[in-house]
Ligand binder design. Structure first.
Ligand code: XMP
Length: 501
């Protein structure tokens, strides 16, 4: 098969995954590597093309020149272009990282701009300057104060654009990216999730044969898609363990069980460990302690079950690509579950390791999973324990589960579940005075939290219509006696976090 992988050399910056996602959206497989990855690592991917993107402020870094001797097309985007210019002997500089929209005029006769408008608007770092082009390069575009807004050396197949086609997802910017991929790198748009599923299932069958695989199922999107994919490859040699720690939402454990038991041939083991978790959480108020206890207990339950099953060869995990990319700086509490230490496996299987979240969802749909499971909102590993401020008790869990279910039901009834990325109820540890049936009450205060976000690193509080909030609040205080006041959290992240603990 022709070379099909695009390697993206990442210069850093907060938007480093956007270009990779845009390439994948063109149905082309790509891998993100640090810009100073050694040349052998790059070669190992046998790339069909290289994109250099991201934002460095003039750190006087240069690229390894041998990148340009691999005889594969290279495209530098934004500061990637500046680095190409500098590495190949031209002069370029950048002062700050302020981006603005600018009018760009391009040479539409060149294959990089084929089919794009001659003039279009793009995001540009206004302080970026290309003073001298390297030998044998020509200019393909200009911006008001910059005549080298795109550059090319067709013989070397090295290109650069000073603007960011990945930021404004317009027809023109997608066209430019597609031209590079399809006209210049000559890859085919065959990276689809059904292609991926077919190949993965075939290769996993070859790799695993009739060996046994264990999977820890949380019921979340990633572990569910992982389990279904592995099951399609090896059938009942996959055993899924679902630890019900009692900190799930209303009916969630039963729904997960029902879905997986209904799936033909899934070996599904539900462990009812609710009491164990509650006992260990007794008297614990500190959020980090709660997380640690839940993580440890989870592994203990998992290990005990695995030992009962007997010899297991592989462990399957739903690690996804952003987890891999961010593993260096991910908060430890986001890895609840971790890896069991007392069970020896021949290896770990991570079928989603190269996929972004939207690809995982697409894969789930391709595998025939229902939308309600595939488009689930994220739910933290420690579950409702971090949505009950202070000590977790069975009674508080029951109150919170009911209130949360009402909130979620009302949100999806008005179709807001498609626009709000995460929404849930929090049981505070405060009580307030109220009146019910002309009697004074002294009951719990419940908070509602709803946010819109793309990456969950920052988030905006969701502007839910007052009429919806009113209905949610009135249902909650009417249907749940233990709550007499409902408040709505109107704080962005930062400075707040999405969860309250
Ligand atoms: P924060 O509260 O840090 O949450 O703004 C960002 C995203 O991470 C989820 N989250 C967790 N997920 N274990 C998890 O698996 C955790 O301990 C945890 N804490 C927060 C949170 O739900 C949100 O989606």
């Amino acid at each position: 098969m022709e070379r099909q992988t695009i390697v993206i050399l990442d210069l850093g910056g907060p938007n480093n995954q956007i270009i990779a996602r845009r390439v994948r959206e063109c149905n082309v497989y790509c891998e993100l590597l640090p810009f100073d990855a050694d040349i052998q690592t790059i070669k190992n991917f046998d790339p069909a093309g290289i994109i250099i993107a991201g934002s460095v402020n003039d750190r006087q870094i240069t690229l390894d020149k041998s990148i340009f001797e691999l005889q594969v097309p290279v495209l530098g985007i934004g500061q990637g272009q500046l680095l190409i210019v500098r590495t190949l002997g031209g002069k370029a500089s950048v002062q700050d990282s302020k981006y603005q929209k600018a009018q760009i005029t391009v040479d539409s006769t060149h294959s990089l701009f084929e089919g794009a408008s001659i003039n279009f608007e793009g995001w540009v770092n206004q302080s970026a300057k290309v003073d001298t082009l390297p030998l044998d390069f020509c200019s393909l575009a200009s911006i008001k104060q910059n005549k080298n807004a795109a550059i090319a050396n067709d013989k070397l197949k090295v290109y650069g654009v000073l603007f960011h086609p990945e930021y404004n997802n317009t027809q023109d910017s997608i066209k430019i990216l597609k031209n590079f991929l399809f006209n210049i790198c000559k890859v085919s748009p065959n990276w689809t999730m059904s292609f991926y599923a077919r190949n993965y299932i075939k290769s996993l069958r070859e790799k695993i044969g009739d060996k046994k695989v264990l999977c820890a199922l949380s019921g979340g999107v990633d572990s569910s898609v992982c389990a279904v994919l592995v099951q399609k490859a090896i059938g009942d040699n996959l055993v899924c363990i679902f630890v019900d720690h009692g900190l799930l939402r209303k009916n969630e454990a039963d729904e997960v069980e029902k879905y997986f038991k209904d799936q033909q041939g899934i070996n599904f083991l539900r462990v009812n460990a609710q009491d164990r978790f509650l006992n260990r959480l007794k008297g614990i108020r500190d959020p980090e302690k709660k997380r640690k206890i839940i993580g440890e207990e989870f592994i203990r339950v998992f290990e005990e079950q695995a030992q009962k099953i007997g010899e297991i060869d592989y462990l399957a995990q739903g690690t996804i690509y952003p987890d891999v990319l961010e593993s260096a700086n991910v908060k430890s509490h986001h890895n609840v579950g971790g890896l069991p230490k007392n069970i020896k496996f021949k290896g770990i299987i991570e079928p989603l390791r190269s996929l972004f979240k939207d690809e995982v969802r697409q894969l789930g749909l391709t595998l025939g999973m229902p939308e309600r499971l595939v488009f689930r909102q994220p739910f933290p590993g420690p579950g409702l324990a971090v949505r009950i401020i202070g000590e977790v008790t069975k009674q508080k869990l029951d109150i919170l589960r009911e209130a949360d279910a009402i909130f979620r039901e009302e949100i999806s009834l008005v179709g807001l579940d498609k626009n709000i990325n995460q929404y849930f109820a929090v049981l505070t540890d405060m009580r307030s005075v109220g009146v019910r049936d002309e009697e004074r009450t002294y009951e719990n205060i419940l908070a509602l939290r709803a946010v819109t976000t793309t990456d969950f690193m920052s988030a905006k509080w969701a502007k839910i219509p007052h009429s919806v909030l009113e209905r949610v609040s009135s249902r909650i205080v009417n249907e749940i006696k233990a709550i007499n006041r409902v408040v709505y959290d109107i704080t962005d992240k930062p400075p707040a976090t999405i969860e309250w603990e």
